[in-house]
Ligand binder design. Structure first.
Ligand code: F6R
Length: 242
C-alpha cells in the first residue's frame, strides 16, 4: 500500500485527481468506481476543471457508483443517483447511459445486486475505484463486521453512519436505515484503489486501516490485501499514523 501525506485537503483532491486522470488518459473507455460523500468532491471538481479545459474527455468512460440508499426515490436530492448525476456525470461530461448506480428501489434487491455485479464484470471490471472512509472505518457502506469477501448486497447502516450523514438531510430520522453497497470483495476486484481522507475526524480510521490488523472491525483494512492501493490523506487525517 502506498501512503501519500499532503499538507491540505485541496492538495489531496489535486493529487488523487491526477491518478484518475492518468487512467482515463491511457484508457478513455475505462471504468471508474465512484464514491459519494464529501471526501471525493475535490477530485471531481479538479477532473471537471480538466475536462472543461479540454485536457481530458470522459465521454466514453464508464462509471459504477459504490452504493445507494434503500427506499429513496432517484430524484430525491440526496439519493446517490441524484448526487452522482449532480457532482460527477454532468460536471465531468460522462454519458449518463454509461453511469450505473445500485438500485435501492428494486422489488427484488438481491437480484438487482447480482445484476450490478454482472454489469461490472461485463464492463471488464473497474480500472480505478475512488474511495472515502467512514469515521468507523467503513468503505462503501461496508460497516464494521462486514465480511471481507462480501459482494454487492443490502446492508443496515449503523447509528454512527446515519448520524454522520444526517448533515445531508433535514433530520437524523430522515436518513435511510438501509443501503445497497458494493461488497469488500467487489472493491478488492478493482485493478487500482485510491482512498482519500481529510481532517482529524478520519485520523483513527486511517490509522486502523493502514497500520492496524486486517480485520472486519475496520473494513478499510482490506486495502492491505490489494496490490495497487494508494491512500492519499492530509496531515490532519494522517495525525494518528506512526
Ligand atoms: C460513499 C461511501 C462512503 C463514504 C464515507 C465517507 O459512497 O462509500 O464510504 O466515502 O462515508 O463519507 P464522507 O466523505 O462524506 O466523509
Amino acid at each position: 500500500m502506498e501512503i501519500v501525506i499532503l499538507p491540505d485537503a485541496a492538495e489531496v483532491g489535486r493529487v488523487a485527481a491526477s491518478v484518475i486522470a492518468d487512467v482515463v488518459a491511457r484508457k478513455p473507455d475505462g471504468v471508474i468506481g465512484l464514491a459519494t460523500g464529501s471526501s471525493p468532491l475535490a477530485i471531481y471538481e479538479e477532473l471537471s476543471r480538466r475536462a472543461d479545459a479540454g485536457e481530458l474527455n470522459f465521454s466514453r468512460t464508464r462509471g459504477f457508483a459504490l452504493d445507494e440508499y434503500v427506499g429513496l426515490p432517484f430524484d430525491h436530492p440526496e439519493s446517490y443517483h441524484a448526487v452522482i448525476d449532480r457532482t460527477v456525470t454532468r460536471p465531468l461530461g460522462l454519458d449518463p447511459a454509461l453511469v450505473s448506480v445500485p438500485d435501492g428501489l428494486a422489488d427484488d434487491i438481491p437480484a438487482a445486486c447480482a445484476a450490478y455485479e454482472a454489469a461490472i464484470a461485463a464492463a471488464g471490471g473497474i480500472d480505478v475505484q475512488i474511495l472515502g472512509i467512514g469515521a468507523n472505518g467503513h468503505i462503501g457502506f461496508n460497516e464494521p463486521t462486514s465480511s471481507l469477501s462480501s459482494r454487492t448486497r443490502i446492508k443496515t447502516l449503523t447509528p454512527k453512519t446515519r448520524a454522520d450523514n444526517a448533515r445531508f438531510f433535514d433530520s437524523a430520522e430522515a436518513v435511510p436505515t438501509h443501503c445497497v453497497t458494493q461488497g469488500l470483495g467487489t472493491i478488492l476486484d478493482a485493478k487500482r484503489l485510491v482512498l482519500v481522507a481529510q481532517g482529524s475526524g478520519k485520523a483513527e480510521a486511517v490509522a486502523a486501516a493502514v497500520e492496524g490488523p486486517l480485520s472486519a472491525s475496520c473494513p478499510a483494512s482490506v486495502l492491505q490485501l490489494h496490490e495497487h492501493a494508494t491512500v492519499i490523506v492530509d496531515e490532519a487525517a494522517a495525525s494518528r499514523l506512526h
